[in-house]
Design a protein around this ligand. Structure first.
Ligand SMILES: [Zn+2]
Length: 504
């Protein structure tokens, strides 16, 4: 198969007259001709139709049964054709977020693929997000050395301010005998009051069970893990002590009797208890934060579930641009270097002139100096404001000079404020001329939430952080980079999509 050309032989679709031609690959090729000469018959009804048919043939028999039989176009042969996509001349349906991938619906497949086989990572640290079922958690706990002492805790309050009398009362009422409050174990006997400073952050964990690791505790441990996950809303903590210290292993006989008193770990020996966080949700083991399991809608920058909250999925924002505010840096302030302040009503222009005069005087710079030769410090104050530093302004008001001393807000914040406060469409449009698009600094133009951008494809990357630097369905090269495994998964996802499963 030729890698350089697509060869078409004997194309007779519609009004094509047994056309034979060669089209260079990996090039932008334009087909021109009179109306009715067969441009669309060649591009859509022959080349695209054959590419699509070959793609469908590559799917499993199971997937194919849900698709209409595709007619082979009337052509003798086409060589060198890859699976094809068509972007048709559609008048509607493209918004500011449309890209080729969304218009052609390829993005829908990518969303499905990432949602099903992507590996989520903690957006803050890059460690893989873990999900586990109740029995995974039970297996992990049972894998501790035999005779380890374990406590199963359900976090009910996590670093929140308040007295939480109702929480403690409810735990006691529900039969919990102990709780760990701010790291200290307390008994929840009747009438015992737990006093907490309402102005401070507190953490309260219910002690669901205390046991000793042994083959026979699986059923009881499963119940306890389930209870803890219910109270902890998907999260539980275990504290365990290794069995090395013989003084700590007494009481292991009581493992099947929850009522038997255990040696109470005092505050002094909590240091020897090892704490582990478990969750049946998507959880970052590094930060303890849990995330929603990704679904196709999370990979959509058109949906609030997935869109970057700062730019709402646009990937860029319009900001005032110094290069447009001062388009000709050869001009001095006197000559009107700050163009944005030379427009508008006459009174405003006079007002802005007096502000420029005051700021220049404050910084000891001449209004005659070309803008490009002004010191950077002055330019920064002029554009961004003087911060706390106060500047003396003199304004003519009602025929007399009045003096005001206050910080200077800066040209760009001034324009931004005008833009947001103005109700006049005319003013806003005038100000837009000084704005240029800039990548959203939250998502770097990648349009999705950080935790969604941290989902990667292709297992076995030694450094998940390197994927995070360059992840996500927005980056079109990724799919090629995942190789054979990725292509198999993609095909699998496409088949599921076509068969109607998990429609996003
Ligand atoms: Zn953004």
């Amino acid at each position: 198969m030729s890698k350089e050309f697509i060869r078409i032989g004997g194309a007779r679709e519609h009004n094509l007259k047994n056309l034979t031609l060669t089209i260079p690959r990996d090039k932008l090729v334009v087909i021109t001709g009179l109306s009715g000469s067969g441009k669309s018959s060649l591009a859509f009804d022959t080349i695209y139709a054959e590419g699509q048919r070959k793609y469908v043939e590559s799917l499993s028999a199971y997937a194919r049964q849900f698709l209409d039989q595709m007619r082979k176009p009337d052509v003798d042969f086409i060589e060198g054709l890859s699976p094809a996509i068509a972007i048709e001349q559609r008048s509607s349906g493209s918004g500011p977020r449309s890209i080729i991938a969304t218009t052609t619906e390829i993005y829908d497949y990518l969303r499905l693929l990432y949602a099903h086989v992507g590996q989520p990572h903690c957006p803050e640290t890059g460690v893989p997000i873990v999900t586990q079922t109740t029995s995974d958690i039970v297996d992990k706990i049972l894998a501790l050395p035999p005779r380890s002492r374990v406590m199963v805790l359900a976090p009910v309050v996590r670093g929140q301010k308040g007295e939480f009398r109702d929480v403690v009362e409810r735990l006691s009422r529900e039969g919990f005998v102990r709780a760990r409050v701010d790291g200290t174990l307390v008994e929840l006997a009747d009438g015992v009051r737990v006093r907490l400073d309402p102005k401070k952050d507190h953490t309260i964990e219910a002690v669901v069970d205390r046991l000793v690791i042994d083959e026979k505790i699986r059923v009881r441990l499963s119940d306890s893990v389930e209870t803890a996950l219910k109270w902890g809303e998907g999260v539980l903590l275990t504290l365990h002590q290794r069995p090395e210290d013989p003084s700590k292993t007494q009481g292991s006989k009581s493992k099947t009797d929850p009522a038997t008193p255990h040696p109470q770990p005092s505050t002094s020996d909590t240091a020897t208890w090892i704490e582990t966080l478990h969750s049946n949700r998507n959880l970052s083991p590094a930060t303890g934060k849990s995330y929603e399991p990704p679904t196709p809608k999370h990979f959509s920058f058109n949906a609030p579930a997935g869109a970057c909250p700062v730019c709402h999925g646009l990937g860029q924002k319009m900001v005032f641009d110094e290069a447009l505010v001062v388009p000709d840096p050869d001009k001095s302030l006197e000559q009107g270097a700050v163009l944005s302040w030379r427009r508008g009503g006459k009174r405003m222009v006079v007002y802005y002139k007096s502000i420029l005069r005051a700021v220049a005087a404050h910084c000891n710079v001449s209004q005659e100096t070309p803008y490009k030769d002004l010191p950077d410090d002055f330019k920064r104050i002029l554009m961004r404001g003087s911060g706390e530093a106060e500047i003396e302004f003199n304004f003519w008001r009602a025929g007399k000079m009045s003096k005001i001393t206050r910080p200077f807000e800066g040209v760009i914040p001034n324009l931004a404020r005008l833009y947001h406060e103005s109700e006049s469409e005319f003013t806003r449009n005038r100000l837009k001329a000084f704005m240029s698009p800039q990548f959203c600094d939250a998502c770097n133009g990648r349009r999705l939430k950080p935790e969604i951008l941290a989902v990667t494809l292709g297992a076995g990357d030694p450094d998940p952080k390197s994927q995070i630097a360059n992840p996500g369905p927005v980056h079109h090269g990724r799919l090629l980079a995942v190789g054979r495994e990725g292509r198999r998964l993609f095909r699998h996802a496409a088949a599921r999509r076509i068969s109607g499963e998990n429609r996003p």
